[in-house]
Design a protein around this ligand. Structure first.
Ligand code: SAH
Ligand code: SF4
Ligand code: F3S
Length: 448
């Protein structure tokens, strides 16, 4: 069985795609292919966060139609958040689809394929059997130095614009021992950096013996695992960012000096309409607290432009907030009404032209600060986690800084899979060029 899988959306979807592949490798001795023409099973792991993301599903399925006509034995599956939302409707709209599965039922992919092959009936399973999926997934096999680990599923925050609570369901945290076991397994394969994932990851409360432990405690546990050099966690909701988590930045040097901390808007009026649960001042206070705990930290954020009712002044408040925080590389989107969310019922009174204009202004400002961060890095030495040789240049090593910037440099092969001290020399469009200095000594004091 050769499997082609295309993934849209967030890191949790990437994690799920890897896991689906693992199930198919284990149960069918499947192999992965990058070529749709030679695939026996094609899977789309979908995202419905914005309208455009959702549309891509059906256009992609349209492109796969000739493959199914040519070979009716080819199996086509739709997974992820669009599957969760649409379910059976996908079968109606796209007759070439053989099976549909939601984010909570990825572990059943092999059963769905077998059922389709044996009874010929098209299969749909988008149920929410809580945390079951993690108990039924095989061990991840990886050759990478970095790995994602989903530590919780779902979201209870119900921001007024967001579809995630509907597609991923209620928050459920994995027990400590399961997360630790998975990470230990990853370190044995050479993983040195983990990104702990959850849509609202700081509301993690995992079972630990007869109690529950929070994300700060989990970070301390993960930090104690031999082989782990770096820890990230995404995505943080500002409201759930506890004092204990702030303290973790003082106590755990393995926690990276970079935080994705989505604010969405700098206007109190809009934050309230978005039901984000914090004010601009509360957000800024958190930033100050975190910076006090870890002075060299950099922040990134997501922004929504053109939320219903956003005035010029609201937009200006967002621009001012960006000036105050000076974010590193960040993400911004035009508001997209999602069916079934409360904001979709608000009058969308900002014209597309204004939304586009605001987005351009905002992105120019973000680009300015991102460039400023890169320029500030020049001639300083940073620890870089080396992933391997860069595919494009061939002879340069490729790695990432704590702030997730790609650095290319000439260095010894032994650096692969380890941390190296690299001096940043040149700033290119999407990468930095550096000069290898030395291998990074564990627990070395470092000021980035
Ligand atoms: N859990 C994360 C967000 C995950 S979705 C958080 O709370 O920050 C990723 C990003 O998509 C969001 O931060 C938001 O900026 C954007 N987004 C979500 N719904 C959207 C919508 N309806 N229209 C436009 N952008 C949206
Ligand atoms: Fe969506 Fe809000 Fe949950 Fe983030 S916290 S996933 S924006 S509902
Ligand atoms: Fe998209 Fe679902 Fe992730 S909507 S952003 S794939 S949780």
């Amino acid at each position: 069985m050769r499997v082609f899988i295309k993934t849209f959306g967030c890191q949790m979807n990437s994690y799920d795609s890897e896991k689906m592949l693992n199930v198919l490798i284990e149960q069918f001795s499947a192999s992965v292919t990058e070529n749709v023409d030679e695939a026996d099973v094609l899977i789309l792991n979908t995202c419905s966060i914005r309208e455009k993301a959702q549309e891509k599903v059906f256009s992609e399925l349209g492109r796969w139609k000739p493959l199914k006509i040519k070979n009716p034995d080819v199996l086509i599956g739709v997974a992820g958040c669009v599957a969760s939302q649409e379910g059976d409707a996908i079968l109606k709209r796209a007759p070439i689809v053989d099976f549909v599965l939601g984010p909570q039922t990825i572990h059943r992919i092999a059963d769905l394929i077998r059922a389709r092959q044996s009874h010929g009936q098209r299969q749909v399973d988008i149920s929410f059997p809580q945390i079951e999926k993690f108990d039924h997934l095989p061990k991840t096999v990886t050759s990478q130095v970095t790995a994602h680990v989903s530590i919780m599923e779902g979201c209870n925050k119900f921001c007024s614009f967001c579809i995630v609570p509907y597609t991923r369901g209620e928050e459920v945290s994995r027990p400590f021992k399961d997360v630790i076991k998975e990470i230990v397994g990853l370190t044995q394969q050479g993983v040195r950096e983990v990104n702990l994932l959850g849509q609202n990851v700081n509301d993690y409360y995992g079972q630990l013996d007869s109690h529950t432990g929070d994300l700060a405690l989990l970070i301390h546990y993960v930090s104690a695992i031999e082989g782990i050099e770096r820890i990230r966690f995404t995505t943080s909701h500002p409201k759930a960012f506890t004092k204990r988590l702030v303290d973790a930045y003082m106590e755990e040097p393995k926690l990276v000096s970079h935080l994705h901390f989505p604010v969405q808007s700098g206007s109190n009026r809009i934050l309230s309409a978005m039901k984000r649960g914090y004010t601009r001042q509360e957000y800024m206070d958190k930033i100050t607290e975190i910076r006090t705990a870890r002075p060299n930290i950099t922040f990134s954020s997501d922004f929504i432009v053109g939320f219903p009712g956003e005035t010029d002044q609201d937009f200006q408040d967002t621009l001012d907030l960006i000036d105050a925080v000076e974010y590193d590389i960040s993400y911004s989107f035009i508001y997209s009404p999602r069916p079934g969310t409360p904001a979709a019922d608000l009058p969308d009174d900002v014209s597309l032209q204004i939304k586009q204009k605001r987005l351009k202004i905002l992105q120019d400002k973000l680009a300015h600060y991102a460039q400023q961060h890169a320029l500030n890095m020049r001639f300083k030495v940073y620890p870089v986690l080396v992933e391997g040789y860069d595919k494009r240049t061939g002879n340069l090593l490729k790695g990432r800084t704590e702030s997730n910037r790609v650095v290319l440099f000439n260095g010894p092969k032994e650096a692969i899979g380890r941390l190296a001290n690299v001096q940043i020399r040149e700033i290119h469009a999407n990468t930095l060029r550096g000069q290898f200095e030395s291998m990074y000594q564990e627990k070395e004091a470092y000021v980035g």
